[in-house]
Design a protein around this ligand. Structure first.
Ligand SMILES: *Cc1c(COP(=O)(O)O)cnc(C)c1O
Length: 435
């Protein structure tokens, strides 16, 4: 049967019910223009839209799908869990088993709480940090995304340690004023913030490798400096590894960098493609969470058995394959270097930032070490690149300020297809620019 639905007609319908026709803003393609493909299915590295087009997928549901779409072990874990009941609102043994796997990968997490989204994890970690320290201020970095909780939806202007100005209508100035936002990789701004607010900063929260301004790694010594200063001042260090946990390597950035944060947030990969996230850390701090302590946090569907089954299957599969991350890194290196070369050979100003299996191709020739560097990118060119790649069957993140994700199912065939599409796309942009 030939379906008469097109991406355009699906969007026209969905716009009647959802703002922008979507349930999370970036899916609407506002930054790049055009109509987003409506997806019907995915298998391994590929997805298919309602018009029957196949794409090589580098979004991977924004990070969770490190094992590709519809992994057979995850699907069978989900199926057998579902057959036994979809939710109990009561403890299950499976939750403890997943917790054991998480602690093995992240020794800094001694105790934890399961929640359903990264937003909930960071929001709860921040509340706990404030409750534990009896302090108010939160220090974050411009361009770091920690979900959409009010206190974290702040990225104050450029002033060093300026008190936050709300970015978003609905976030009250009172809330925003408790969040300090400074540039990533800026030792001096950090020092200044701690001098100015000594004894008042409850926690520093960061993506230890940024993925939400495009990929940006910390410079040498930056994470260590933050760990030392927070210890010295008695403020907590929260690593938001929602994106990097089980992605950078099995134990996340903290394992690679040998830094022990006080609290860690996980999400995305840990749920194996279902809604599951985690916050956890030192036992002494986590004991402040209700019912053991006074800091309240709860969830009807927290620790949901289907999500727990999916997460457990994913982590087991990753843990059982010692070469997984090495191979994934090699694939990502090969792919991203070839894309960079294809563009540079055609005269494009490009900078490639890569960290493990995440990468961003910035349309600027300058180094990108923080959000203002990232914003120097030519986003008009990026949009052309994005649309060109999409038309040649390559589904990239629809924004310059996002990471592309490679999965273990991306093989030579997909890499070749992607590079051919890139060469065509760069040629087309060039021809268009000169005509
Ligand atoms: C995706 C993400 C979040 C938010 O997670 P949701 O599940 O979308 O709420 C928080 N922090 C980081 C670093 C993320 O990448």
């Amino acid at each position: 049967m030939i379906s008469s639905i097109t991406n355009q007609s699906a969007l026209d319908e969905s716009r009647k019910y959802f703002p922008g026709g979507v349930n999370s803003p970036v899916r609407a393609f506002k930054a790049v223009g055009g109509v987003p493909p409506f997806i019907v299915s995915g298998k391994g590295p590929c997805i298919t839209d309602v018009e029957g087009h196949h794409y090589v997928d580098y979004v991977g549901s924004w990070g969770p799908l490190i094992l590709g779409h519809a992994d057979k072990d995850i699907i069978s874990a989900i199926t057998s869990a579902a057959e036994k009941g979809t939710s109990f609102g009561a403890p299950t043994v499976a939750e403890t088993q997943l917790a054991e796997l998480i602690v093995k990968a992240f020794p800094a997490i001694e105790k934890m709480r399961f929640v359903s989204s990264g937003t909930e994890a960071t929001m709860s970690a921040v509340r706990l940090a404030r409750g534990y320290t009896n302090r108010t201020l939160i220090l974050k970095f411009e361009g770091c995304y920690h979900g959409h909780a009010d206190s974290l939806l702040v990225s104050a202007g450029s002033g060093v340690a300026t008190l936050g100005i709300p970015d978003c209508p609905g976030v009250t100035p009172q809330t925003a004023s408790c969040t300090i936002s400074i540039p990533f990789n800026d030792f001096e701004a950090f020092d200044m913030a701690f001098k100015t607010h000594r004894g008042h900063i409850a926690a520093v929260i960061l993506e230890p490798v940024c993925g939400n301004m495009g990929v940006v790694e910390p410079v040498e010594g930056f994470l260590k400096m933050i760990r030392e200063k927070t210890l010295e001042d008695g403020s907590l260090l929260i690593f938001d590894e929602v994106m990097t946990g089980f992605r950078s390597c099995f134990g996340g950035v903290q394992t690679l960098a040998c830094i022990e944060p006080d609290l860690t947030c996980l999400g995305k990969v840990v749920g194996g493609g279902l809604p599951l996230a985690v916050y956890g850390g030192k036992r002494e701090i986590m004991n402040r969470i209700a019912p053991d302590g006074p800091v309240y946090q709860a969830g009807t569907l927290s620790g949901n058995p289907i999500a727990v089954a999916a997460g457990t299957a994913a982590l087991k599969k990753l843990a059982d394959n010692p070469d997984f991350y090495t191979n994934l890194l090699a694939t990502t290196e090969k792919l991203s270097e070839s894309l960079l070369k294809a563009g540079r050979n055609r005269g494009f100003d490009l900078t490639l930032n890569r960290s493990g299996s995440m990468f961003t191709l910035f349309f600027t020739k300058d180094q990108v070490r923080n959000f203002s560097d990232a914003k120097k990118s030519d986003t008009v060119k990026f949009a052309k690149w994005f649309r060109g790649m999409l038309s040649h069957g390559i589904y990239l993140p629809p924004s310059q300020f996002e990471a592309a994700f490679v999965s273990g199912t991306h093989k030579q065939e997909e890499i070749d297809r992607t590079i051919q599409a890139a060469e065509k796309t760069f040629d087309e942009i060039k021809a268009h620019t000169h005509s």
